[in-house]
Write a protein that binds this ligand. Structure first.
Ligand code: SPV
Ligand code: MG
Length: 294
């Protein structure tokens, strides 16, 4: 047994010490490394980002194998805890059992399972079809996840989409309590309102004991300080900022080259090749060449 602290424990330690873990989305090992270098506390292995990376909508088209492979590759390139977005758990409670075993083995800190029906539709899209499974069925999925993890360090986060589905705060609170009852370690509550009011009200009225996780993409005016001040929010996820930043950067660079008919104007607007070498750890290759090839 490795003496290294488990990733789940590392995430809990950050929460204990800082009050709030700041978690940034990533969609590749390289973006995961950049998240770590920037100083975040954890990585969100986002389904939305990976779908976008494949040029696909986030509607359960990316398979568990694709997401797991990328998550595992990220885990090898970072020491930060990873929170894996496993959508609906890729099917029913039986699929959840399989997913839990695989993701725990991959070395992630936590998984988030959402109460939408499979196949899901991405949460923030205007007019998206947002069907939720019955509470009892989702409790079964959470219980299946809890019963099939090998270590209690590995966190099972239940995500309710009741607010996204327009079912109101009472339904969201009832679902969150039912998921806590089923054993969830944390509750992620998502909102697509463009102000924090809906989430603030949910948090104020939350009577459960488990910590709250939020993804304030639609309501970016909520700062880390404000989330912390609400008391019950322990994880704040920046859900899709990595892929959005990279899209914009590529669009700008490509447009610049087309405009000028060459790369002569691009200069420092893109990373230097030496920066790519640094991120690839090319210096280690050189050291090893000197040591082993001469
Ligand atoms: C994701 O990043 O895949 C999420 C967050 O689940 S959201 O896209 O806002 O639903
Ligand atoms: Mg997702």
């Amino acid at each position: 047994m490795s003496k290294e602290m488990s990733k789940g424990r590392k995430l809990r330690k950050t929460i204990k010490e800082r009050g709030l873990a700041r978690v940034m989305a990533a969609h590749s090992p390289l973006s995961a490394r950049l998240v770590q270098e920037a100083g975040f506390d954890g990585i969100w292995a986002s389904g939305f980002e990976l779908s976008a990376l494949y040029g696909l909508p986030d509607v359960s088209l990316v398979s568990m194998t694709q997401h797991l492979d990328m998550t595992r590759a990220m885990a090898t390139q970072t020491s930060l805890p990873i929170i894996a977005d496993i959508d609906t758990g890729f099917g029913n409670a039986i699929n959840v059992i399989h997913a839990i075993k695989e993701y725990e083995r991959a070395g992630v800190a936590a998984v988030v399972i959402e109460d939408k029906s499979f196949p899901k539709v991405t949460s923030l899209v205007e007019g998206g079809r947002q069907d939720l499974v019955p509470i009892k069925e989702f409790q079964g999925k959470i219980a299946a996840a809890i019963d099939n993890r090998t270590s209690a360090d590995f966190l099972i986060i239940a995500r309710t989409e009741a607010l996204i589905a327009g079912l109101g705060e009472a339904e969201a609170l009832a679902r969150a309590l039912a998921y806590e009852e089923a054993g969830a370690d944390m509750i992620l509550v998502h909102s697509k309102q463009d102000t924090p009011a809906e989430i603030e009200s949910f948090v104020r009225n939350w009577q459960g004991k488990t910590p709250i996780v939020i993804v304030p993409t639609a309501y970016p005016e909520m700062t880390e300080k404000q989330a912390l001040a609400l008391g019950k929010i322990k994880v704040l996820i920046y859900g899709n900022h990595a892929i959005r930043a990279s899209i914009q950067a590529m669009q700008d660079a490509f447009a610049n080259i087309i405009k000028h008919g060459g790369a002569q104007e691009i200069g420092n607007d893109i990373a230097a090749v030496t920066e790519v070498f640094r991120l690839q750890k090319m210096d280690q290759v050189k050291t090893n060449e000197e040591r082993y090839l001469s």
